[in-house]
Design a protein around this ligand. Structure first.
Ligand SMILES: [Zn+2]
Length: 125
């Protein structure tokens, strides 16, 4: 059996994950807002156009803006959920273990993606 992660390793990756989480939340705020009623907790904000004075063109732009924000938000939200899941695994003591072979995940793999769930061999699985 390979040696498990040291407390120092865990602290290091926890720090990285928390920084990533803060960053993702900052980015989410630029395209959406928190809404506890939707899955993931984030909802895309419409474009910046004032609805009261909007003509048809502006309404179309607004819808386009919302769709664009939605796409960005979905990506960010997915990343955020992965980071949260990784932090959760840390709490449960299963962080850094491959979900497929149950071997420790390579440090270089976690360095590149701290929320990785699988080792290098199984990263596509
Ligand atoms: Zn594996």
């Amino acid at each position: 059996m390979k040696k498990p992660m040291t407390k120092k390793d865990l602290d290091y990756f926890k720090n990285k994950l928390q920084k990533e989480k803060t960053l993702l939340e900052e980015e989410l705020k630029t395209v959406g807002h928190k809404n506890p009623d939707v899955a993931g907790g984030w909802e895309a904000s419409p474009g910046k156009i004032d609805t009261d004075s909007a003509d048809d063109n502006e309404v179309a732009d607004k819808i386009e803006g919302l769709e664009e924000n939605n796409g960005i938000l979905e990506k960010l939200d997915k990343q955020l959920l992965e980071v949260i899941a990784a932090l959760d695994r840390m709490e449960k003591g299963s962080y850094g273990i491959c979900a497929i072979c149950a071997e420790p995940i390579e440090n270089e793999r976690l360095e590149a993606n701290p929320s990785a769930k699988t080792c290098l061999k199984h990263m596509r699985g």
